[in-house]
Ligand binder design. Structure first.
Ligand SMILES: [Zn+2]
Length: 164
C-alpha cells in the first residue's frame, strides 16, 4: 500500500488528530478534550505535544499509540509524542463543543464552577432532564475519571466527568 505524502502543516495534522478519539469517551476527540498542546515539525519528523488528563489515567498510553497510528496512516514518519506536564490539564480545556457532546452522550460535563467543587456543593446537572437534584452514588464510575451519580427527579443514573 502506498502511503500518502504527509502534509507538513499544523492544519493537516489537526485533521488527523480530530480522528483520534478519547478511548474512554468515544464521542470526544482528543482535540475536544484539549489534550494537544503543540504540533512541531523538526527535521523530517513531526512532534505532537500532549498534556495528560488525569494523572495515572491509563488512557494516555492508548492515546499516544492512537496518535502514532493515525499519523502513520497519513504518511507521517518519525513521529514523536511529547508529554507536557505544565500547564496541567484541567477540565477547562475541554472545548464547548466537547462539553455539548459529553452531555448528548449522557455524561454530565464538568461543572464550570471549580469553586463550587472546592466548597463541596458542586451543582451537577442531570444530562437527561437537567435537574440539579442529583446525588453521588459512587466516587468512581465506569472509570476512575468519572463519578456515578443518580438523578432524584427522573431517577436515571449517569456518569459525571469529575473536575480537576
Ligand atoms: Zn434527571
Amino acid at each position: 500500500m502506498q502511503l500518502p505524502e504527509p502534509v507538513r502543516e499544523r492544519g493537516a495534522v489537526n485533521k488527523v488528530l480530530e480522528t483520534v478519539k478519547d478511548p474512554e469517551i468515544p464521542v470526544l476527540t482528543i482535540e475536544d478534550m484539549g489534550i494537544v498542546r503543540a504540533v512541531d515539525f523538526e527535521g523530517d519528523g513531526v512532534q505532537v505535544s500532549i498534556t495528560p488528563t488525569y494523572s495515572g489515567c491509563p488512557a494516555m498510553d492508548t492515546i499516544a499509540e492512537d496518535i502514532r497510528s493515525a499519523l502513520t496512516l497519513h504518511g507521517y514518519r518519525e513521529i514523536e509524542i511529547r508529554t507536557v506536564l505544565s500547564p496541567a490539564w484541567s477540565t477547562d480545556f475541554i472545548s464547548e463543543n466537547g462539553k455539548k457532546k459529553l452531555e448528548e452522550y449522557g455524561i454530565a460535563p464538568p461543572s464550570t464552577s471549580a469553586r463550587g467543587a472546592l466548597l463541596g456543593h458542586e451543582a451537577v446537572h442531570c444530562p437527561q432532564c437537567k435537574s440539579e437534584n442529583t446525588v453521588v452514588v459512587s466516587e468512581f464510575g465506569s472509570t476512575a475519571c468519572k463519578a456515578l451519580y443518580k438523578c432524584q427527579d427522573c431517577l436515571e443514573p449517569f456518569d459525571y466527568f469529575k473536575c480537576v
